[in-house]
Design a protein around this ligand. Structure first.
Ligand code: KIV
Length: 265
């Protein structure tokens, strides 16, 4: 069996210009297959609110929901780093965040937690990382704030917002974050953020320059109700599910995914 992927591994992968492959999983069967195909980071994402529970956003997802799914996923991950989302309203202050992060790690067996936001989360990220909780930040399109953002749309096209994102990611890194997800960010901005950071960026709709890519499983196998522009159906061309996941892994590693058609400019 290959060695467990850790937060140190993904930092080294960035340093060695090796692409990081991430994919969501919410149950044991898919987690076992995804881990077996060499995905580096398996995310128990709050996207489960949409793809497992059928809601139109991630807002209704609770900490108990994430734990329920993480408990099924984590034991199957023999190699992958298991990341779990802190859902909406579960990290409104550092103490609440750390106690919910502890639950994701102790009950859900996650290795790292992910939260959405930049500057507003600095105290929380600092508090958690100082107490030994690995943290991945998530900026750009932050789905938990969809009602505040006014819809699912690209973030960072305006100079002021782009500038704020650069200062956010640098501050998050200083606060101890181990990685940053960039969602729906124009390719040039994502490339700049990636270049400025020592910690890895994992993109979704943020272009090939990111240090890694993440997708929602249901998008990758073409069964989402609305296929996002930044995804691709890897199940096409007669592949079975393990082959589709392997094709995604290979395409991220050789930087053929995402193509220009799957990016925002
Ligand atoms: O919940 C999720 O699946 C995510 C990815 C879209 C990055 O946060």
């Amino acid at each position: 069996m290959s060695k467990r992927v850790t937060v140190k591994t993904i930092r080294e992968m960035k340093a060695n210009a090796e692409k990081i492959v991430s994919l969501t999983a919410y149950d044991a069967s898919f987690a076992r297959v995804i881990d077996g195909q060499g995905v580096d980071v398996i995310l128990v994402g709050d996207s489960l609110g949409m793809v497992m529970q059928g809601h139109d956003s991630t807002v209704p997802v609770t900490v108990d929901d994430i734990i329920y799914h993480a408990k099924s996923v984590a034991p199957q991950c023999k190699r992958a780093l298991v990341m779990a989302d802190l859902p909406f309203m579960s990290y409104t202050n550092p103490n609440q965040a750390i106690s919910n992060a502890a639950r994701l790690m102790q009950e859900g067996h996650a290795h790292i937690v992910k939260l959405e936001g930049g500057e507003a989360q600095l105290d929380t990220v600092r508090h958690m990382t100082r107490h030994g909780v690995p943290v991945c930040a998530h900026i750009g399109l932050t789905p938990q704030t969809v009602h505040k953002l006014g819809g699912y749309r690209v973030q960072g096209r305006e100079g002021q917002v782009a500038k704020q994102m650069l200062s956010d990611v640098l501050a998050l890194q200083d606060a101890g974050a181990d990685a940053v997800v960039l969602e729906c960010v124009p390719v040039d901005l994502a490339a700049e953020l990636t270049k400025e950071l020592e910690i890895p960026t994992i993109g979704i709709g943020a272009g090939r320059s990111c240090d890694g890519q993440v997708l929602v499983l249901q998008d990758l196998i073409g069964i989402s109700s609305l296929a996002p522009k930044f995804s691709a159906n890897f199940l096409s061309g007669g592949r079975n599910i393990p082959e589709a996941i392997k094709a995604y892994v290979d395409a991220v590693r050789d930087a053929s995914f995402p193509s220009d058609d799957q990016c925002f400019f």
